[in-house]
Design a protein around this ligand. Structure first.
Ligand SMILES: [Zn+2]
Length: 292
């Protein structure tokens, strides 16, 4: 169901994965952000844009994970912008992305005539970029840590922050790129003025206490993870022992997030110098090996 969050931003929470698609609209132009995972959701966004008398001007892909890149094939010809590392990510992970998309389409009985083509952005940027949408200036900023190429979208006038896959109320930080980068990203965001927060998965919020808590809880979680894994590596613990030493950490929704917390501990172990086979542990393991 489409929700208008500010005078210029609408979100479309998906019926899957608590995923959020969105669109900024102003003066006849629209910037779509990760516009959906189901075809009917993308159609609903396209209808909204048309009803508002606008045309899609930009398609923003927040990062290269498979669930964020369906938009371009539904909005052909619309300029696509992504962070510069997107290209390396999709080149390195093309097989994994295609596998996940094939699984997704099979699960929902979606048929396609031609194989999925991983979209290439028409524009990229390194640290920051500003795009214009009608009378709005949207700042795109690099927020790595979950993905090396992740970007967030900031509209300063309304203090609206589209976070991509960080600052969720339902997920813990998924540290699938780099703990150090994730910590740096959250540190950088602490003094940003944010009144409206939309995560890639979970609930949008305008509650100052909730916004503050998401940032401080996630920072505290990463600090504690770093401390425990650093200690384990120093004491020459195995990866299994390290995971065990992180088991009683506190985090949101432990029943849903226990598996991801384990991956975080394993990936942090590798990042902080622990010795284990990266094909068999952590976020970027070879799942075809470990699924057997
Ligand atoms: Zn992601």
């Amino acid at each position: 169901m489409l929700t208008q969050l500010t005078s210029h931003l609408w979100t479309l929470p998906s019926r899957s994965m608590q995923y959020n698609a969105g669109v900024f609209i102003s003066n006849g132009e629209a910037a779509l952000i990760d516009p959906g995972v189901h075809p009917d959701e993308m159609e609903a966004l396209a209808r909204l844009v048309a009803e508002q008398g606008a045309s899609p001007r930009w398609l923003i892909l927040t990062h290269s994970h498979w669930d964020h890149i369906f938009g371009p094939e539904h909005f052909p010809g619309v300029p696509v912008i992504a962070q510069a590392r997107y290209l390396k990510e999709v080149d390195t992970n093309a097989d994994g992305i295609r596998t996940e998309i094939a699984k997704w389409e099979k699960r929902f009985g979606l048929r396609r005539d031609a194989p999925f083509t991983i979209p290439r952005p028409t524009e990229t940027f390194d640290d920051d970029a500003t795009i214009t949408v009608g009378s709005l200036n949207l700042r795109l900023t690099h927020v790595p840590g979950h993905a090396s190429d992740q970007l967030a979208v900031y509209h300063a006038e309304s203090e609206t922050f589209w976070a991509s896959d960080i600052l969720s109320d339902v997920e813990i930080p998924f540290v699938s790129h780099s703990l150090a980068a994730y910590e740096a990203t959250l540190t950088r965001l602490t003094d940003w003025a944010i009144r409206v927060l939309v995560p890639g998965h979970g609930h949008a919020t305008t509650d100052p206490a909730d916004i503050h808590a998401r940032l401080t809880d996630n920072r505290a979680y990463l600090t504690e993870l770093r401390a425990r894994v650093t200690r384990a590596v120093r004491d020459e613990k195995t990866v299994e022992e390290t995971v065990a030493s992180c088991a009683d950490m506190r985090y949101r929704h432990p029943e849903e997030n226990e598996f991801y917390h384990r991956l975080n501990a394993e990936s942090a172990y590798l990042e902080l110098g622990g010795e284990a086979d990266p094909k068999r542990v952590g976020w970027n393991q070879d799942w075809s090996l470990t699924a057997q």
